[in-house]
Every structure is written in structure tokens, then in C-alpha cells.
Design a protein around this ligand. Structure first.
Ligand code: SF4
Length: 448
């Protein structure tokens, strides 16, 4: 009879000091660690790592916390510190330089992450109920990575801030840890999402956090750079054209971030943008796009536009069409303005009649299809990297180039693609193009 011997899960020792609130924090941390498969150790000797949850209420409590850390280091040596004294990391580090990690009170995600780093769970399907990268609704080879929730803007057609509140950014180390796990579990493409990616970290004053021996600011540029080092494609969505977006462009030339920006412009006419109360409503956007393309010639820009916003005149609409012609965006989605309960635009004067909205919608779609077809035709005969999404029974496969996000952009259809699997990245010679998609033949799989 074959008997599977399960590896022993790591054991965590806990020293919990201070008030009942701290005790509740310790319980929450332990509950999470138990759910992750860890065992508890009643003594120092049996623990793979010791967690000291400190109190910093009074000087005497601080001293007691420091003594507890000292005892755990002396008895076990592998110590993670959390709790109120996390605010005084310098004091702790000065006295105990060997402490593995220090996190603050209520930083559950960080302290649990520090325990995982200090005593990793052995990979085993019987022990790990949830795969390393978490449960996913997307295919294994691409993952959405949410970096913040909510939004500080108040666009007149949108009720998201009302539903989800103001911007709340995740800590950069927590985002990076999640991304690292996703890549380890097979993700080849990280799709960075939020309501306003350019504003990431504004609410937490771009506070830096330790990551792999260095400090990473909660800032779009720093986060993108670190994500780029994980070895997966990094695609940025919902980027507003604030001036600091210029700093992300060099990351594209370095190959750390895909040459792709999803910028929801929504309109081009200054008057409509003013009425929409859009952020980053800057007359120099076209100039900025030109400069980005000079630096990154294969940059793809995707955007969405609302037509028929209340008060949109013939002149506003003509301005939009001229702007689109000038901007030569690679991918464009258009929407007819729809009144939403609770959005200020719903009760604005000068609502545009439905048939006019439809006419304008069709005009934008026709123009953007023509631009897209011209741009894709220019790729015929060139070689592009393609991430395979699915393979067919008849020897073909379908994937996406660096210019294509899943679901919203085009695809690359391959012939003679036997032997390819979802998640492979393959070099493809483009043979044909239409308004939205490319068609080609694989040249060779790239090394992972
Ligand atoms: S449209 Fe976007 S930027 Fe504007 S309020 Fe809504 S979520 Fe914020």
C-alpha cells in the first residue's frame, strides 16, 4: 500500500504583550496563520519562528517588549516583531539587528507575510487548501493586481467614489508580495488596476516600505519598477496623464513595463472635460503623447470615450474627432452617455437626444476602426512577442501581443502552432491584419 507522508507544517511561537486589543490582534494573526496551515508551538525550542506582539503604551511597557524580543532572540534566534512598537523600528533594530522583520499594529497582511517569508510553508496539495497565488477567476497565466480602492475625483458621470469612497492605496510591499506569489504560481502577465493608477499612494503620502532590503515608495513609478523586476509582463491600466506619468516611460525602454498605457481620456473638448470634471484635463496631452512615442516608438495607447455627454455641441464633437485623428490612439472604446442615478450629469441641462448619441458613437467607432486597421497593417511582416491564451484542436492558437490587454483589445491568431500551450510567450511573424486582430505564424518559444 502506498502511503503519502505529509511534510510537517512550520510551527510558530507567540509572545503576546499588552492590552486586550493587542490580544485580539494576536488572535487574528494566529487564526490567519492556522488557516494558512501553520502549527503553533508552546515553547521557543519547537518554533521555526517566534512572533513577538509588542506593547508601546508606556516606557515600562516598551522596556518589557524589548526584553521579550531579547529573550526570543536568545532562545530561538528567528524573530518577527509586530504591534505598537513597530513604530519604533529603529530602536528595535539598534538593539536587536538580527530581528527578521518589524511590522506595526493592525498590519495583519504584513505580519503574516513576514512569517511566510521567515518559515515558508512546504508546497503540498494536502496542506495548502488555497494555491500559492490565491484563488483566481482569470487563467493562470495572467492576473489582475489591484493596487488601490476608491477614488478622490468626482467626475460628473460617475458614482464610484460614492460607492467605494476616497482613494485607499495598498502598501507597496503587500502589492509586491502578492505579485511575487502570482508569478511563482505561473502568472506571465500582471495587469495593474485601480480607479486611478497615477494617483497611487497619494493618500498615504507615498510612504516608503521595506522590500527586499531596500525601500519602495507607494508611488506608481517605484511600484512599476519593482513589479517589472519580477519577470512577468507588467501592463498599466487606468493611468491619467499627470506629468509624473513621464517617469514611467523610461521603464518601458528598459523593458520593465510593457509599452502600453490605458488612459481613460473620455473626451477631448476642453469644455466637455470641464463639465465632466475630469482629472488631468491638460491642453498639452497631445504634446505629451508625441513625446512618449518619440521615446517608445512601439507604445500602444488604449482609451475610452463618452459621446453625447450633456451639453456636447457639434463643435465639441468635431473637436473630439480631430483630436482622435491627431492622437492616433491604438485602441479606442466608445460609450454613449447613460444617465446613472446619483451622478450629477444625470440632472444636467442639454441632454443629447438618443439618435444623435448613436450617430456620434458610430462616427467615433468608424474613425477608430480605420486608425486601428492602418496601425495593424503596418505590423504585417514584422515580428511580435505573443502570450498564448488558448490553443485550438486544429493546430492553431490565439494569444495577445504586448499591445493587447485581455478582453478589451485585439488578439493574434496563429496557424501551425502545434506544441504551444497557454502561458507560452512566442515570437510571431505577422502575415495579415484586419481592423482589430493580427494573424501570423510562430517562429519560436522564448525561454521563461
Ligand atoms: S470616472 Fe474614474 S476618476 Fe472619475 S470619479 Fe469615477 S473612478 Fe474617479
Amino acid at each position: 500500500m502506498n502511503v503519502t507522508t505529509l511534510p510537517k507544517p512550520p510551527r510558530v511561537g507567540l509572545v503576546s504583550l499588552g492590552c486586550p486589543k493587542n490580544l485580539v490582534d494576536s488572535e487574528r494573526i494566529m487564526t490567519k496563520l492556522r488557516a494558512d496551515g501553520y502549527d503553533m508551538s508552546p515553547d521557543y525550542a519547537g518554533a521555526d519562528v517566534v512572533l513577538v506582539n509588542t506593547c508601546g503604551f508606556l516606557d515600562s511597557a516598551k522596556e518589557e517588549s524589548l526584553e521579550a524580543i531579547g529573550e526570543a532572540i536568545a532562545e530561538n534566534g528567528r524573530v518577527v516583531v509586530t504591534g505598537c512598537m513597530g513604530k519604533e523600528a529603529d530602536v528595535i533594530r539598534e538593539r536587536f539587528p538580527d530581528v527578521l522583520a518589524i511590522t506595526g499594529a493592525h498590519e495583519y497582511e504584513q505580519v503574516v507575510g513576514a512569517v511566510h517569508d521567515a518559515a515558508p510553508m512546504p508546497a503540498n496539495a494536502f496542506l495548502n487548501l488555497v494555491p500559492e497565488g490565491g484563488l483566481k477567476l482569470t487563467p493562470r497565466h495572467y492576473s489582475y493586481l489591484k493596487i488601490s480602492e476608491g477614488c478622490n475625483h468626482r467626475c460628473a458621470f460617475c458614482i464610484i467614489p460614492h460607492l467605494r469612497g476616497d482613494l485607499v492605496s495598498r502598501r507597496p510591499d503587500a502589492v509586491l508580495r502578492e505579485a511575487e506569489k502570482l508569478v511563482a504560481a505561473g502568472t506571465k502577465e500582471l495587469l495593474v488596476i485601480s480607479q486611478d493608477t497615477s494617483a497611487y499612494g497619494v493618500d498615504i503620502r507615498h510612504q516608503p516600505r521595506p522590500w527586499k532590503g531596500e525601500e519602495v515608495r507607494a508611488h506608481m513609478t517605484d511600484l512599476s519598477r519593482e513589479l517589472g523586476k519580477l519577470g512577468a509582463w507588467v501592463r498599466l491600466h487606468y493611468v491619467y496623464p499627470y506629468p509624473h506619468v513621464n517617469d514611467v516611460i523610461p521603464l518601458m525602454t528598459e523593458g520593465l513595463v510593457l509599452p502600453y498605457l490605458d488612459i481613460p481620456f473620455q473626451h477631448a473638448s476642453p469644455e466637455v472635460l470641464r463639465r465632466m470634471r475630469r482629472p488631468a484635463n491638460d491642453a498639452k496631452v497631445l504634446q505629451r503623447i508625441r513625446s512618449w512615442r518619440e521615446q517608445v516608438p512601439d507604445l500602444s495607447i488604449r482609451s475610452s470615450f463618452v459621446v453625447g455627454f450633456p451639453g456636447e455641441t457639434e463643435q465639441d464633437f468635431a473637436y473630439l474627432l480631430n483630436w482622435l485623428e491627431e492622437a492616433q490612439l491604438d485602441r479606442v472604446g466608445a460609450f454613449k452617455f447613460e444617465p446613472v442615478e446619483g451622478a450629477p450629469a444625470t440632472s444636467m441641462n442639454d441632454q443629447v437626444p438618443a439618435d444623435l448619441k448613436q450617430e456620434r458613437y458610430e462616427a467615433v467607432m468608424a474613425l477608430s476602426a480605420r486608425i486601428s486597421a492602418e496601425k495593424l497593417a503596418a505590423k504585417v511582416g514584422t515580428d511580435v512577442d505573443v502570450l498564448i491564451d488558448r490553443v485550438d484542436d486544429d493546430g492553431g492558437a490565439t494569444g495577445r501581443s504586448k499591445a493587447d490587454a485581455p478582453e478589451i483589445d485585439g488578439e493574434v491568431h496563429l496557424r501551425d502552432a502545434g506544441g504551444l500551450n497557454p502561458g507560452d510567450i512566442v515570437s510571431v511573424r505577422v502575415e495579415e491584419a484586419d481592423e482589430h486582430d493580427l494573424y501570423g505564424v510562430p517562429l519560436g518559444i522564448q525561454a521563461a
